[in-house]
Design a binder for this molecule. Structure first.
Ligand code: PEP
Ligand code: MG
Length: 358
């Protein structure tokens, strides 16, 4: 344990932990971040954003090959290269978290972040895929989107290219089966808006699970659930809970889609909105309890009605913000998930909120 985490600080945190009801997890996608999170007292991973793994310099060419492939066969050729890397990613994280819950979110990139722009990058993909540069450029222009954040991302990618999610699920199960103490992976589907989307993606995950269990001659427990980050998902939470075993509120996107304000561009004008009292605080920092909060309450109530034991958490940036954590306590969420360095703050805020609610 790091020196600053013991002594008086450690005692204070122990008191806090004795008072809180909600669990505190962390958002982490590398073994190093996971270790930092554990050192700060995280009780699991609430969000492992797998797209960050895809940006790794050593595999970006294979990722681009996958995205630019014209057919399933081309995508599978690239996915075969990525599978061993993904397996290693998950083994690393599961080892650090040793039996604690780990929520892995399947790929959710805005597609444009993967598209090559430089001539040299196209050349690398062309060589790897055995396809001409002009064909790749044509394909890249077909994939261009005017509104990538409302475009072909999240589970929409999994719906059109199920083999990508299949590879990721296979990597998760192969990793879990390879370890002596198998974790209970919580596989999370992003940007779901309808029950059917989740159903289709769950089928892909289950098929991969059964294939790996048959090969390995062993089974492990796992959950499939969804992010709630679209207003429609919150409103349809009763139907969605028929399929998903857990909900994690993605309040970054839920704020963006509820307010109709771009999370990437808001900084330019939000300050005036706060100055003029239109918003009490920056809604991307502290939860807009009146608007977004209502959707969370609706989703929690409807989700529990269908599935009384549904696991509820939050993994947007708000999961590390004390005022938002107080709201999560009142709504009865099971856990908050914050970036590793905000875990101690989250532990304290969760304790304060629980004491205030007594
Ligand atoms: C969210 O939308 O709140 C979320 C946690 O996912 P991301 O920030 O990766 O979109
Ligand atoms: Mg999101």
């Amino acid at each position: 344990l790091q020196p600053e985490l013991v002594g008086d600080f450690g005692t204070l945190m122990e008191w806090a932990d004795g008072s809180r009801r909600m669990k505190v997890r962390a958002n982490a996608e590398t073994p190093l971040d996971a270790q930092t999170a554990r050192d700060f007292g995280a009780e699991g991973i609430g969000l492992c954003r797998t797209e960050h793994m895809f940006f790794d310099a050593s595999r970006i060419t294979a990722v681009r090959q996958m995205i630019l492939a014209e057919d399933e066969r081309g995508r599978r050729a690239a996915l075969d290269k990525l599978l061993p890397e993904q397996r290693k990613d998950f083994i690393g994280i599961f080892e650090v978290m040793a039996g604690l819950p780990v929520t892995i979110r399947l790929l959710d990139p805005p597609l444009h972040e993967f598209l090559p722009t430089q001539e040299a990058d196209f050349a690398e993909v062309a060589e790897a895929a055995g396809v001409g540069i002009e064909t790749l450029k044509q394909r890249a222009s077909e994939l261009h989107e005017f509104n990538p954040m409302l475009g072909h991302r999240g589970c929409r990618l999994g719906v059109t290219y199920p083999e990508i999610y299949e590879m990721q699920a296979r990597a998760i199960f192969e990793a879990a089966c390879a370890l002596p103490t198998a974790p209970v992976p919580e596989i999370m589907i992003p940007l779901v808006g309808t029950r059917r989307e989740l159903e289709l993606m769950k089928e892909v995950v289950e098929k991969a699970a059964e294939a790996v269990f048959a090969e390995q001659g062993k089974r492990i427990d796992y959950l499939v659930g969804t992010m709630i980050e679209l207003p429609r998902a919150a409103l349809m939470a009763d139907e969605i809970a028929e399929v998903g075993a857990f909900f994690s509120f993605g309040t970054n996107d839920l704020t963006q889609t509820t307010l109709g304000v771009s999370r990437d561009d808001a900084a330019r004008f939000l300050i005036h909105y706060v100055d003029k009292g239109i918003y009490a605080t920056d809604p991307f920092v502290s939860l807009d309890v009146e608007g977004v909060g209502q959707l969370i309450e609706i989703a929690a109530t409807k989700g529990r009605k269908t599935r009384p034991d549904i696991k509820l958490g939050i993994c947007g940036e708000h999961g590390g913000d004390p005022a938002s954590i107080a709201f999560c306590e009142q709504t009865g969420l099971d856990y908050v998930s914050a970036s590793p360095y905000r875990v101690p703050i989250a532990r304290l805020a969760a304790a304060q909120a629980a004491l205030r609610n007594r």
